[in-house]
Structure formats: C-alpha cells, structure tokens
Design a protein around this ligand. Structure first.
Ligand code: ATP
Length: 503
C-alpha cells in the first residue's frame, strides 16, 4: 500500500474524510468531512483567522452567497474564459483534459495552447484514449462552472461560484463604507467553491466542491507600501524563480525585503502575505523543504496581473499549488463598474478619485489539509501503527479518556473527568478494547494526550497521562489536568516535568 493509500485508508476508517454518498455508486470529486475531519477543518479555519485576520487591524470578514447570477460571471470573465480543453474518446466516450494528454520534452504538460493546435498535436503524435486506446475527438473548450436555474419557472441562470472572490468585489461599495472609507483595507472570506473539474484526482487535492479562504487587500496604487512590512521584511522565503525554472536551477532563499527590491515579488503587500504564509505553513507541520513559492512564468500570468506567485507544497505525487497569490490590479473592480454601470471609485484623502488595486492570497483549505495529512503522517513500525503528528492548534482531539476497566466505579469517575475536560477541549472517550488498541486509535487521529483513569484515580485523585509524540507517561492529579494540558499545549512547561514519570 502506498503512503497516499494508507493515509486515505485511515481517513476513511477513522471518520476523517470519506467519499460522499458512498452507499450509491459515488460521483468522483466529492468528499464529506466526518466527525474527526470536521474538527480538523474547523480548527484549521480558526487558526487561519487568528493568523491572518485577528492579528490585523484592517481586515474585515464577510460570508457571501454561493449562487451568483450570470451577470457577475460575464463581468469577471469566467463565462468566457474559465474553460479547459477537452477531447472525448470516440469509442468508450470517456472525456480527457486535452492539455494533460500532451507532454513536452521535460515531461511537463502543455498549457495554454489554443484548441486548434491541441487537435493538431493529438493527430500528429497519434495520441489515443488513455483508457481504451481508441481515436479521440477534436478538442473543444469546456466551462468549469456548475450551472443552475433560479426560481420555480427558471428563466434566470445562476452559477455556483468557482471562487469566493467575486462576492467581495460585487459588495465593494458597502464593505468600503464599513471600513470607514479608508485604504488600505482587506476583506477575507471562508467558504465553498465549485468547479466541474474534468478529472478530479489525488483525494481532496482536486475536487468539484471545495473550501477556500481568500483575502482581497485593497490599496491605493500610488501608495503601495504596507505599514506592517517591517515586522516581516527580514523573514526568509523560498522562491522558485522564473530563471530557476527556465534554467533548471534550484529555488532561492531570500528575505521578503530583497524579493521586493529585486522585483521578484511585485510589491510589499504581496511580500507581506508571502512571508506570513511561509511561517503559517511551517507551523502546520509542513517542513521548509516541502514549501516554495513558484513565480508564474509570463505566459502563465493573466494579462491584468502584476505578478503571481503560487505557494506550492511537495506532495507524494509532486509539487502542487496550494495558495494562489496574485496582484489583480484594478481589473475586477473596473470590469464590475463597466458591466453594472455602478461607480466603484473611491476618493483618497488627497482628493484623488481612484479604483483601488488589490492583492489576493487565495488558499485552498482541502489541499492544505491534504498537505498537513501528508507531512504530519508518521509511519511507525516500532509502535505497530501509523499516526498523525498534528500540531496542537489543529489536532482534532486534544485529550482522550480511557477507563482502565469498565467496573468498580471507574467508568463513573472517567465520565466525570471527560465532562470536566470537555468544557475546555475536544475530548475523545474510548472504553472498548485493550488499552493498547485505544492508544492506537487515539494516535491514528492525532490525539495529543491520553488519560487513563484507574484504581488510584478513585483513591488518590490521580491519573496517567501519555504523550502522543513520545509515548512517555506521567502521573498527575486529576484536579490539575485542565491547567496542565493548557500549559502543555501552549508550550509553557515540559511534559516530563509536570508529574512523576512512569516507567
Ligand atoms: P489548479 O489548476 O491547481 O486546480 P487553480 O490555479 O485553478 O488550481 P486557483 O484558481 O488559483 O487554482 O484557486 C486557488 C486555490 O484554490 C488553489 O491554490 C487550490 O488550493 C484551491 N483549488 C482550486 N481548485 C481546486 C479544486 N478543484 N479542488 C481543490 N482545491 C482547489
């Protein structure tokens, strides 16, 4: 079993993430978060908000509607250009992404070629259906948005949003007023997005319904400086530069400040977010050598963008974009002005009428979660089971409670401990099977501490606490449990110093 298969097996069996409606023949590209996965995702979002929203004084949040009218996507360009090229097998009728059938000399898929050219390459290189080896159709463009009819009689077309960003642009006037009409200000939104992907794959990495969190940071293009930049300017980030990509060189490690000076990163706002993202992803347990920002090549960069740098994570199947960072300039607001006829300009303190520019970090939550699952996964022959070393901030359960035996008042005492701890933490209660099996189950979902309630708990009000990472155990007073666990997760004390060690 490959590592990826083993991670999926645990996810399916332990209620982390599993295929949607799997009692029927499932449609690919949809996954449900089970009880454990829901906690992981919620905690990830809370931590994200702490890191990127609460720490700032000018980032607001909103929650927009998922279905948006067609007019929004006419203005945003999605109706016309949110397309992928497809080719259908003339025999088995399977559909394939045409650009993923063709590789260049280095093994990279061709991207951005017109359909006519793709059709010609397929004919010339005699590329056949990867499933059955038969002839393929001409290449056509396929729009990735999921369409729906609004109202009982239909008549108005809506689309499930393919990104969260458009709600922020369409509500810009109101949001700006809430921000006391001052630039710079940002708006963050956590929510669902939908893309009718042609070939969903790699578990939750490419799915049709996914979770995103995007920030649109609006600023005056004549004053592109970021007031908090000093706090991050000396932080080093890893960039896979255009030069390194073209000439087969290694990525460079550079300070945020130098990356702006050398014009690799277009401005301070972008560099500010890149520096924060790098710290954030490392704190999620993803090692530095599995993280890099790829500067998109000129031919991949949208015409309106001043530069895009994707945060990529190294997965088992290769590097993959997980956060798209773009300087979208005034492109979106200008288009919405043109199509809606509404004035979205703002007046600056020095009385200039401008359309704000925008820097956008766009995080994929599910892809990030797979990055965390991949890099926190410990294959542990010694223990005899594999487990997840989730950082304390996002571990689904902080503590597990095990009654040693199911008699003599021990279950009642265990329940009491469970209820007390539940007021503070997410707690797992497990009273079935041997203690060894219970440790294994708790480890498999990354539970940090396992508390066993035994006969001494009844007599001396003490319990054993085992640490997931080392399997070391200490004996502590039950009355001190909450405060000790809090201190441990905040790294204020060492595990081995909180109680008497147990050999
Ligand atoms: P890709 O081509 O790799 O699917 P993209 O360039 O279309 O991604 P963006 O439009 O920049 O992606 O979206 C921002 C982020 O949203 C991505 O970095 C990714 O983490 C997430 N994302 C996009 N599409 C999907 C998807 N189909 N499934 C899961 N996450 C996605």
């Amino acid at each position: 079993m490959s590592r990826m298969e083993e991670i999926q097996r645990i996810c399916f069996n332990r209620g982390i993430i599993f295929p949607t409606a799997e009692i029927y023949s499932t449609i690919s590209g949809f996954f449900d978060y089970g009880p454990v996965g829901t906690l992981l995702k919620k905690k990830f979002i809370d931590y994200w908000r702490e890191f990127f929203v609460k720490s700032e004084d000018n980032i607001l949040e909103m929650e927009g509607s998922i279905i948006l009218p067609e007019s929004v996507f006419k203005a945003s360009g999605h109706l016309e250009s949110f397309v992928d090229p497809i080719a259908q097998c003339l025999k088995c009728k399977s559909i394939h992404r045409a650009d993923e059938l063709i590789q260049d000399k280095t093994g990279k898929f061709v991207e951005g070629k017109p359909v006519k050219e793709l059709t010609e390459i397929i004919k010339k290189e005699k590329i056949k259906c990867p499933r059955c080896g038969s002839e393929l159709s001409e290449v056509k463009l396929f729009n990735l948005m999921l369409k729906t009819e609004i109202s009982p009689l239909g008549g108005q077309t809506g689309y499930l949003r393919p990104e969260t960003a458009q709600n922020i642009f369409t509500a810009f006037q109101r949001l700006f007023r809430v921000a006391r009409s001052k630039l710079p200000f940002g708006v963050a939104q956590v929510g669902r997005s939908f893309r009718n992907e042609i070939s969903p794959r790699n578990f939750i990495v490419r799915v049709r319904e996914f979770n995103q969190v995007e920030i649109e940071m609006f600023y005056d293009p004549e004053k592109p400086d970021c007031k908090n930049f000093d706090g991050v300017k000396n932080k080093k980030i890893v960039i896979f530069t255009r030069d390194a990509q073209k000439n087969d060189k290694e990525p460079i490690k550079i300070t945020a400040e130098d990356a702006v000076k050398k014009k690799i990163v277009p401005n301070e706002w972008m560099a500010y977010f890149l520096a924060k993202e790098f710290e954030f992803y490392k704190s999620l347990g993803i090692p530095e050598d599995a993280l890099r920002f790829r500067h998109m090549l000129p031919e991949e960069t949208p015409h309106y963008s001043d530069g895009n740098l994707d945060l990529e994570i190294k997965f088992d199947f290769g590097w993959k974009e997980t956060v798209g960072n773009a300087v979208r300039t005034d492109h979106d607001l200008k288009n919405h002005m043109k199509f809606s006829g509404k004035d979205l300009t703002v007046t600056t303190d020095d009385k200039r009428k401008i359309v704000p520019n925008v820097v956008e970090p766009s995080f994929g939550i599910d892809r990030t979660i797979y990055g965390i699952l991949t890099h926190c996964f410990i294959e542990d022959k010694k223990r005899g089971w594999n487990w997840f070393k989730f950082p304390a901030k996002i571990a689904p359960y902080t503590v597990a409670i095990f009654p040693l035996v199911n008699k003599d008042g021990i279950p009642e005492k265990s329940m009491e401990v469970y209820k007390t701890l539940k007021k503070e933490f997410d707690v797992l209660y497990d009273d079935s099977g041997s203690i060894g099996r219970r440790y294994a189950r708790a480890d498999e979902v990354g539970t940090i501490f396992a508390v066993t309630v035994d006969y001494d708990s009844l007599e001396k009000d003490s319990c054993t606490v085992r640490h997931r990472d080392t399997t070391k155990q200490v004996r502590i007073k039950i009355k001190d449990l909450v405060s000790i666990v809090n201190k441990l997760i905040n790294k204020e004390v060492d595990f081995e110093k909180v109680g008497s060690p147990i050999k």
